[in-house]
Design a protein around this ligand. Structure first.
Ligand SMILES: NC(=O)c1ccc[n+]([C@@H]2O[C@H](COP(=O)([O-])OP(=O)(O)OC[C@H]3O[C@@H](n4cnc5c(N)ncnc54)[C@H](OP(=O)(O)O)[C@@H]3O)[C@@H](O)[C@H]2O)c1
Length: 308
């Protein structure tokens, strides 16, 4: 029996309820929707210029649609030119305002040209949603000859967004305040990291750490920072790990709502309610957490094939 079937059987047998019902109940507690108020969102972003990275798929696409529907001019960044152009066309056809900026954020010269072009055409941005990213789950056993795993995750999850912001922030800080950077991140940077996710979590953690470090300087320059931590969102990113399909997750539109809520309220962080206790527990109960990670790895993950 594979790990997913085993997990299904265990949950069904233990609780005597179909796992779809169980999933819905767990979803409610583990990954609740973080709803935004559409009127407040409109008041906050209407007439503003918002850049969304990773807008060609998943959370970024849903966020761009939501912000455009609320009256923002959205600048769409990702590599997939066709998808960005289709999205911009669909937003513009619906009465919104969107511009496609195809770009590979791992290419320094491309990012330099992109920030120059955007600044010349749109002036200082009001909001940057740093969402583009790449996930990777692979056992260390399969990574000894794959140093590029670490390079490509750090390139898009850390260095890419840093380069982008280095190009955009100087103009934003001259704009007299009100700017916002939204960091779309993972709960894994807040709690004990799970086995096989090292390359991904280290790269997401690097950007998170950098942004927390510069946040006070940015605040003094009139630019706020808010980080939105997701547990699981049902996008193409989770497809290579079938087990994740069994766990509680948000839809991309629900994730976009959490980002919209963060844009309205500008909290330092936005996360599911269990993250803070889990974060505390991962410090206070570091030993048992390590043992649980070892058990989890042995029971469910060992022997599974490397993904992506
Ligand atoms: N899904 C989850 O469960 C989950 C959980 C926690 C955090 N997150 C975070 O949420 C964010 C969005 O993920 P998602 O789930 O929406 O995944 P997704 O559907 O795979 O979207 C990822 C986006 O990033 C873009 N991207 C990747 N490499 C790029 C590059 N080199 N240059 C420019 N754009 C690039 C992709 O566009 P192109 O391929 O067209 O370039 C795509 O638009 C990520 O930062 C991820 O770490 C996701």
């Amino acid at each position: 029996m594979d790990a997913v079937a085993e997990l299904n059987a265990i949950t069904d047998a233990l609780l005597g309820v179909p796992s779809a019902v169980l999933n819905r109940a767990i979803n409610y507690f583990a990954n609740p929707a973080r709803l935004s108020d559409p009127d407040r969102l409109r008041a906050m972003v209407s007439g503003k210029t918002v850049l969304v990275t990773g807008a060609s798929y998943g959370i970024g696409e849903a966020t761009a649609r939501k912000l455009a529907a609320a009256g923002a001019t959205v600048l769409l960044v990702a590599r997939s030119e066709d998808r960005l152009c289709d999205l911009a066309a669909s937003i513009n056809a619906g009465g919104g305002r969107a511009f496609a900026y195809p770009a590979d954020l791992t290419d320094e010269s491309v990012v330099t040209a992109l920030t120059k072009q955007i600044t010349e055409k749109h002036g200082p941005l009001d909001i940057v949603v740093s969402n583009a990213g790449k996930s990777l789950r692979r056992s260390l056993h399969d990574q000894y000859d794959r140093p590029h795993d670490f390079q490509r995750t750090i390139d898009i999850n850390y260095l890419g967004p840093v380069r982008l912001l280095l190009g955009l922030l100087p103009v934003m800080r001259e704009n007299g305040g009100g700017g916002l950077v939204v960091n779309v991140s993972s709960v894994g940077v807040r709690v004990a990291p799970g086995p096989q996710w090292g390359a991904y979590q280290a790269s997401k953690g690097a950007f998170d750490s950098w942004l927390r470090s510069v946040a006070p300087e940015l605040h003094a320059d009139g630019v706020d920072v808010t980080s939105v931590y997701f547990a699981l969102v049902r996008t193409r990113m989770i497809a290579p790990t079938p087990l994740l399909g069994r766990l509680p997750g948000l839809t991309p539109d629900e994730a976009a709502d959490a980002i919209a809520k963060a844009i309205i309220e500008r909290p330092r962080t936005n996360e599911p309610p269990w993250v803070l206790p889990a974060e505390l527990a991962s410090v206070l109960l570091a030993g048992p957490a390590d043992r649980a990670a070892r058990l989890w790895h042995r029971r469910l993950s060992a022997g599974s094939e490397a993904q992506r």
